[in-house]
Design a protein around this ligand. Structure first.
Ligand code: NAP
Length: 256
């Protein structure tokens, strides 16, 4: 399976750290040509240099169509096209509903949801020329399946990505492009580290597999959706969370 992405051109938005960097590394190690996009181009380039395998780093802001169009041009020049888009860039600054401002809401929705739309729009013309067109969204369990105080805006965007996916996969099927989503649970990243040690400890305790996820766990799920072998899978959401959403109560978890 991994070998069927060898030589393919893969774009990972938000690939300079965290889950996106993990996805980029997994694809690069499977032989893909990987372009990492992030607002800080220097960090995207540093991640690409660290990953190696010919990966490149580019500055691009997923809230800005012109910046994405410029990046698409650069990727086309470097790799000759795009086969796979991993629309992964996302932010999760917490704000309780009663304190949340309209600006807080717009910032998260513009990045996570509108950013998904703009990323797909920017790379679609290139992907239509591919015989293995794949779009893999990084959603979350938060929103589609669960809730967490402080993340009404975030949860709405992550559920919104799945609504987007279910119509996009029908519209793009005529080009042979599949659209699927990975729903990570709590994954160890720079972003999650910012939530504090207590948050990480309590989250690990609520996972049946008794550990937080790794960025590679998400990278391998994305690799599956991007593979030639997954060509008949579209419009699907895959939860990768160590079983976190499954126990129906704390007792169900504790008595195992
Ligand atoms: P992270 O470590 O904070 O990394 C975020 C990445 O997105 C960085 O590369 C950042 O680079 C980029 N980014 C942010 N805003 C951007 C913008 N406007 N345009 C382009 N790039 C942008 O985050 P993460 O934890 O890996 O999360 C990545 C994705 O996984 C998100 O969609 C998140 O919702 C999802 N997720 C994460 C977890 C988790 O446990 N960590 C769980 C479920 C879902 P720049 O700052 O340079 O732009």
């Amino acid at each position: 399976m991994a070998h069927s992405v060898a030589g393919r051109s893969v774009v990972v938005t938000g690939g300079s750290k965290g889950i996106g960097k993990g996805i980029a590394r997994v694809f690069a190690e499977a032989g893909a040509k990987v372009a990492i996009l992030a607002r800080h181009g220097d960090q995207a380039q540093a991640a690409a240099a660290e990953i190696g395998h010919g990966a490149i780093g580019l500055a691009a802001d997923v809230t800005d169509a012109a910046s994405l169009a410029a990046a698409a041009g650069e990727v086309a020049k470097a790799f000759g096209g795009v086969d796979v888009l991993c629309a992964n860039a996302g932010i999760f600054p917490p704000a309780k509903l009663e304190e949340m401002t309209e600006g807080d809401w717009d910032h998260v929705v513009d990045t996570n949801l509108k950013g998904t739309f703009l990323s797909v729009k920017a790379f679609l013309p290139l992907m239509k020329a591919s015989d293995q067109g794949r779009i893999v969204l990084t959603s979350s369990i938060t929103g589609p399946v669960t809730g967490f105080p402080g993340w009404t805006h975030y949860g709405a965007t992550k559920a919104g990505q799945l609504g987007f996916m279910r119509t996009a996969c029908i519209e793009l099927a005529k080009y042979g492009i599949t659209v699927n989503a990975v729903l990570p649970g709590n994954i160890i990243t720079e972003g999650l580290a910012g939530m504090g040690e207590e948050y990480q400890r309590s989250m690990a305790a609520s996972v049946p597999l008794k550990r937080l996820g790794t960025v590679d766990d998400i990278g391998h799920a994305a690799l599956f959706f991007a593979s030639r072998e997954a060509g008949y899978v579209t419009g699907q959401a895959l939860v990768v969370d160590g079983g976190q959403i499954v126990p129906e109560s704390l007792e169900a978890l504790a008595s195992a």
